[in-house]
Ligand binder design. Structure first.
Ligand code: NOJ
Length: 589
């Protein structure tokens, strides 16, 4: 953060509110990332876990220059934006989600200059860079927390969620029964302040006090800093958990069928999160974040939310009553349905339908995979692995949505969890072993080729997580040469999403809604172009037919746009044969 050029708003901000770490900016990226303010609608966003994408300097850890070197590949895949999980300086307890400086780059990933080059090179390819903004908490090594913890009277004493103990029979206890998402009490005793602090995630991730205006101002300054570095948007981490019950009441226990509290993977009695998640005050912050994001003189900065919400009604609220909050709250009901390990037509059909129709005309954001969850192969039971992958990709890309994918999905990379506790890197995998093995399995290095270290690191380097054995066959180079590969499916379906008018922005209607095995839908463009999509959700062959007269479509012939390799090419809507987990996409003529 050495250089000089700064925009007026930031100067004014720094003068009024005092200089923060983010007040001094390096040269502003001049060119807007996307000229089209609607670029994010019906777009494809590609999540990169930077440690695991491409190592350019041979330390076994991916980095920014590595990502820059792979931009041509990403452009050929057809993506519109990259979401980078956190790359800020961090002790890396939670691999970057514990931030100790919001306005710099962790040296293991590169420098601010490397970041600016990545933004500029991505921009040349019409790809935006989306930063992960972690607002709920910082690292306990952040200077703000160190100062806050130093006494009860320092200027930042009220920046975090400090609380006196509850005294029970003369013994000190946490203020209430709230649990950390990562196991055990969410309260940590601080011997210096003689108080507890609240941490929704790891002990090393103390929650900020969002009721404190100074905290808000500091974070909006961070937002401005990265906008000036040319980012196309932000993915707002854990955004629903900024506020907690002001009365600090106990949560109710989650009860099992026997009426007793359920025990979670860490051995705790599970509690609800009604008093610690999705409180109404979150919306005030979203509006304020939006106001900052909109101060860009016409360049659209998109706000994406990590929103694990239980209903479409809650999701709809995240856009704001006047579309003045999030652009794209993540719909987690579709990709990560609770307690539903199988692809299930009867679950997905109404979920997709309501996501399309009950969010006040806004753009849904669908996501099936990320760095916190077992990869897409969680849906594979026995055979037909690639077929299941194609079904998931089809639901993701052929729906009327903005689609968010995770690095490696496009080659069918599979989850590879550690087999021994001593190899685990993600701390929850150590606390929760063997029930909870942590998230290493979905964060393994990208498989570029079948050479040493799979092309991720230079040959012979010890990579931060092991290269999965599957790299021998599941890798980019092999799949580029294989016409029926998953990679080619992704390239083709993303191209259809971008260039076919019906699949790009056509309205969506579910078809054959009583069929228990095949999910089918119609996409219809404003110029009348109609496309049918059918996905077999079973391991048995199925045949479907469509009568589209109720939709005002009288054509009965179809022209195939994409179908599962080897499937027959139908001539009409009267009989479309689908193999196990088969997919058919065709234009009605
Ligand atoms: C959600 C992130 O996706 C996850 O990786 C992280 O551990 C928590 N938030 C805490 O920041």
């Amino acid at each position: 953060m050495k250089a000089a050029a700064r925009g007026l708003s930031c100067v004014v901000f720094a003068l009024v509110f005092g200089a923060s770490q983010c007040a001094v900016l390096s040269a502003q990226q001049s060119a807007p990332t996307h000229q089209n303010p609607n670029w994010w609608k019906n777009a494809v966003i590609y999540e990169i876990y930077p440690r695991s994408f491409q190592d350019s300097n041979g330390d076994g850890i991916g980095d920014l220059n590595g990502i820059t070197s792979r931009l041509d590949y990403l452009q050929s895949l057809g993506i519109d934006a990259i979401w980078l999980t956190p790359i800020y300086p961090s002790p890396q307890v939670d691999f970057g989600y514990d931030i100790s400086d919001y306005c710099n780059i962790d040296p293991q990933y590169g420098t601010l200059a490397d970041f600016d080059r990545l933004v500029a090179e991505a921009h040349k390819r019409n790809i935006g860079i989306i930063m992960d903004l972690v607002l709920n908490h910082t690292s306990d090594q952040h200077p703000w927390f160190k100062e806050s913890a130093s006494s009860r009277t320092n200027p930042k004493a009220d920046w975090y969620m400090w609380h006196d103990p509850k005294m029970v029979n003369g013994h000190r206890e946490p203020p209430n029964n709230w649990l950390s998402v990562f196991g055990h009490s969410a309260w940590q005793w601080d011997p210096a302040r003689r108080q507890y602090y609240y941490h929704r995630f790891y002990i090393q991730q103390p929650d900020l006090n969002w009721n404190n205006p100074a905290v808000r101002k500091a974070m909006y300054d961070v937002e401005r800093f990265w906008i000036r570095h040319g980012v196309a948007g932000f993915r707002l981490d854990a955004i629903t958990s900024l506020f907690e019950d002001p009365q600090d009441r106990d949560e109710a226990y989650v009860l099992g069928p026997d009426g007793k509290p359920l025990i979670n993977a860490y051995g705790d009695k599970a509690v609800e999160t009604n008093l610690t998640d999705n409180l109404p005050e979150v919306h005030d912050v979203l509006r304020e974040l939006r106001q900052v994001a909109d101060q860009t003189h016409g360049r659209k900065v998109v706000l994406i939310g990590e929103t694990y919400l239980g209903s479409v009604a809650d999701l709809a609220k995240m856009y704001g009553p006047h579309n003045d909050e999030l652009d794209l709250p993540m719909d987690m009901q579709i990709g990560f349905p609770p307690r539903r390990p199988r692809l299930d037509v009867n679950w997905l059909r109404p979920r997709i339908d309501e996501a399309e129709t009950e969010i006040n005309g806004n753009m849904p954001l669908f996501v099936f995979d990320n760095h916190d969850n077992v990869r897409w192969d969680r849906y594979v039971t026995a055979d037909h692995k690639d077929d299941v992958g194609r079904v998931i990709a089809t639901v993701l890309f052929a729906s009327r949505d903005t689609a968010m994918m995770y690095y490696g999905d496009e080659i069918g990379m599979v989850t590879t969890p550690p087999t021994r506790k001593e190899d685990v890197k993600d701390p929850i995998g150590i606390t929760g072993w063997p029930k909870e093995k942590g998230r290493d399995g979905e964060r393994t290095p990208m498989q570029w080729n079948d050479g040493p270290d799979a092309g991720f690191s230079p040959p012979g380097v010890k990579t931060w997580l092991p290269i999965p054995p599957s790299y021998a066959t599941i890798n980019v180079t092999a799949e580029e040469h294989e016409p029926d590969s998953m990679l080619h499916w992704y390239q083709q379906i993303i191209a259809l999403k971008k260039h076919d008018p019906a699949l790009h922005e056509g309205e969506e209607t579910m078809l054959n809604t009583s069929n228990q095995h095949v999910l089918s839908w119609l996409r219809k463009a404003s110029d009348g172009e109609a496309v049918v999509v059918a996905c077999n959700f079973t391991d048995q062959p199925q045949t479907v037919s469509f009568d589209l007269t109720a939709q005002g479509i009288h054509g009965t012939r179809v022209r195939t746009l994409l179908r599962t390799p080897g499937a027959p090419d139908p001539a009409s809507l009267g009989s479309i044969q689908l193999g196990p987990y088969g997919v058919y996409i065709g234009r009605v003529e």
